[in-house]
Ligand binder design. Structure first.
Ligand code: HEM
Ligand code: HEM
Length: 230
């Protein structure tokens, strides 16, 4: 389905509004932020909070399964094909960024695209590792019995190390958002809340996938993860 460009504000004052981030992508993002915060707080609290840690981690896994599907069937700017570019494009963009003449992108820029992919993969790894983890007290991931205690301890070790990779990527992500705001005077946050970008470029409005498809795939993702862990 093609998205309409709202030209009502195209009066020479404000560029046309284009829907870039569909509702499923925005919901995914802000639920991920909330659940990730919950995962860190509960893991660091330990004790009874570990039960909630497992739940939040499993919900993150379901979110990531959904986002992976959405990366293939979702609205154009949310598709991997749209934002995962080859090394030449990334290199050119990085050079242009340093020189201060980087082009604006309607969706993720070539550098941001890879950082998004890296975050998704590292979080997916973390959630999968958690399923096999144990804390040597009472908490055991739902797939703990699939492996030996030794293997579980090893996977738990990687789960603990990977938290720092997540922290670094999240920090770089936030710094990038701040950099674009203060240095390049581009507010990336607002579109991630409203979905809308005011756009002067020549791009046509991206194709938006119907919301019912997102609802259907959200149910499928939830069922897949439920069947895996219970
Ligand atoms: C992306 C989601 C997840 C994140 C960000 C996350 C993060 C963390 C963090 C930060 C720790 C504490 C490490 C430390 O003591 O410094 C931890 C421990 C742990 N996590 Fe997760 N986790 C996630 C998913 C899961 C899942 C899905 C499960 C199981 C269902 C799980 C099970 C555990 C267990 C059992 C520990 C205790 C390890 C220990 O204390 O030895 N985690 N996790
Ligand atoms: C710390 C946890 C966070 C993680 C793991 C995270 C992860 C992500 C991911 C995966 C995307 C890509 C969205 C998609 O295409 O599905 C994204 C985009 C974005 N995030 Fe976050 N995010 C986090 C926190 C935040 C916070 C706190 C803000 C607000 C300051 C923020 C602002 C944005 C913006 C503006 C974009 C769009 C960037 C663009 O226009 O290319 N994120 N984030």
């Amino acid at each position: 389905m093609k998205n309409k460009v709202d030209t009502s504000s195209d009066d020479g004052q404000c560029p046309p509004a284009i829907l870039v981030w569909d509702l499923p992508t925005r919901l995914f993002h802000w639920l991920l932020v909330a659940l990730l915060t919950a995962s860190f707080v509960t893991a660091k609290s330990g004790g009874n909070a570990m039960q909630y840690h497992e739940w939040s981690g499993i919900m993150i896994l379901a979110l990531l399964v959904f986002r992976t599907i959405w990366g293939f069937v979702g609205s154009q700017p949310s598709r991997f094909r749209d934002f995962v570019k080859g090394p030449t494009a990334v290199w050119r963009y990085a050079i242009a960024l340093v020189k201060g003449n980087a082009a604006r992108y309607l969706g993720h820029n070539p550098l941001g695209g890879w950082s998004v992919l890296a975050m998704l993969l590292v979080l997916l790894l973390q959630a999968c590792l958690g399923l096999f983890a144990n804390d040597d007290i009472v908490t055991e991931g739902p797939l703990y019995l699939w492996v030996s205690k030794r293997t579980s301890d090893w996977l738990t070790g990687i789960h603990k190390l990977n938290q720092y990779v997540i922290m670094v990527l999240a920090a770089v992500h936030l710094l990038a958002v701040l950099y674009y705001f203060f240095v390049k005077h581009e507010n990336l946050l607002k579109p991630m809340i409203t979905g809308i970008k005011h756009w002067t470029g020549n791009d046509t409005a991206p194709a938006i996938t119907p919301i019912w498809l997102a609802a259907a795939f959200a149910v499928v993702s939830g069922c897949v993860v439920y069947l895996l862990v219970y």
